[in-house]
Design a protein around this ligand. Structure first.
Ligand code: GDP
Length: 296
């Protein structure tokens, strides 16, 4: 299960605080040394760990322990609150256009789960009584259009495609007109994924952004790739100005580093978490629930 080893390590760190009467600096330092190692082992960004530990220490040392809590519980409470903050504090909502259709551009490297997530998001929106349109903008991966069509069929959601001979920019432009004419209120554009970030990919994404003026640019990253996911997010964000991140494969045995670092490093919130291959395996990302999972 994801976060299992991080949860165990943190539990060990907090066990050392058991039976202590007072939160003094030595006690906090000892516990935080363990927490620091646990976070680094979970592949959390080095700078993020450093700042996190410093913040917890500052808050914990010399703090009067609430009567109802032991010092250990008090430190756990602070760590919990800071973990929630680190991951964005509260749930980050999708921005919807005042005048439909809302345009959501999906970006990501190949294999991150972008196309699957686009389908999941369509389902999520359907449940909110929205009428999504899926747009097949990945014309380079041979199976991508078909994959989206299959997803659309499963969901009963229309799929807009112009095949693989028309530029994705033109496809996106026409898709928005199609949505307007057919009263579809959310346009989900699946874009090309590549194995690596390259200039051609970024240029195409920028052009699609230019033409569609998206309300959301969501980057889909694979949580299993840890620091790499964070680096990918950082470089997409610097070029595209993302509005949010979707973390996939949180059902796998990810160590958790991406979930804990992405917001701090990019400044952009994690909006959704994908936890499986099925179409309903997508949830709004709740920092508080994730922190509870991490703390076991
Ligand atoms: P794309 O190249 O980014 O469009 O990636 P796909 O959407 O084709 O997904 C790549 C693989 O990852 C597929 O086998 C998906 O079923 C799988 N996948 C996507 N999201 C998740 C997830 O949240 N959990 C798991 N376990 N697998 C996922």
């Amino acid at each position: 299960m994801a976060f299992e080893s991080l949860a165990n390590r943190l539990q060990n760190a907090f066990d050392k605080l058991r039976g202590r009467g007072k939160i003094d600096e030595t006690v906090v330092n000892e516990a935080m040394r363990e927490v620091r190692l646990a976070l680094l082992e979970a592949d959390v960004n080095f700078k993020v760990v450093k700042d996190f530990v410093a913040r917890v220490k500052e808050r914990a040392v010399g703090q009067d322990v609430m009567k109802s809590l032991t010092p250990g519980q008090m430190v756990i409470k602070i760590v919990n609150e800071e973990l929630v903050e680190l991951m964005g504090g509260s749930v980050a909502q999708l921005t919807m256009a005042h005048r439909p259709p809302t345009v959501i551009m999906m970006a990501g490297l190949q294999g991150a789960g972008k196309t699957t997530t686009t389908g999941k998001l369509a389902k999520y929106l359907q449940k909110q009584n929205r009428k999504p349109l899926l747009v097949a903008g990945d014309i380079y991966r041979p199976a991508a259009i078909k994959q989206l069509q299959v997803l659309g069929e499963q969901l009963g959601v229309p799929v807009f495609t112009l095949g693989d001979q028309v530029s994705p920019v033109e496809i996106a432009r026409q898709a928005i007109d199609h949505a307007k004419t057919n009263h579809l209120d959310v346009v989900l554009i699946d874009t090309a994924g590549r194995l690596h970030i390259d200039e051609a990919l970024m240029d195409e994404l920028k052009q699609i952004r230019e033409v569609t003026k998206p309300d959301e640019i969501l980057l889909v990253v694979d949580a299993m790739t840890g620091q790499d996911a964070v680096n990918v997010a950082e470089s997409f964000n610097s070029q595209l100005e993302l509005t949010g991140v979707v973390l996939t494969k949180l059902d796998g045995d990810t160590r958790g580093g991406a979930a804990l670092s992405v917001k701090a490093v990019t400044g952009k919130p994690i909006k959704f978490a994908a936890m499986g291959e099925k179409l309903d395996a997508l949830e709004a990302f709740h920092p508080d629930r994730m922190a509870s999972r991490i703390l076991g």
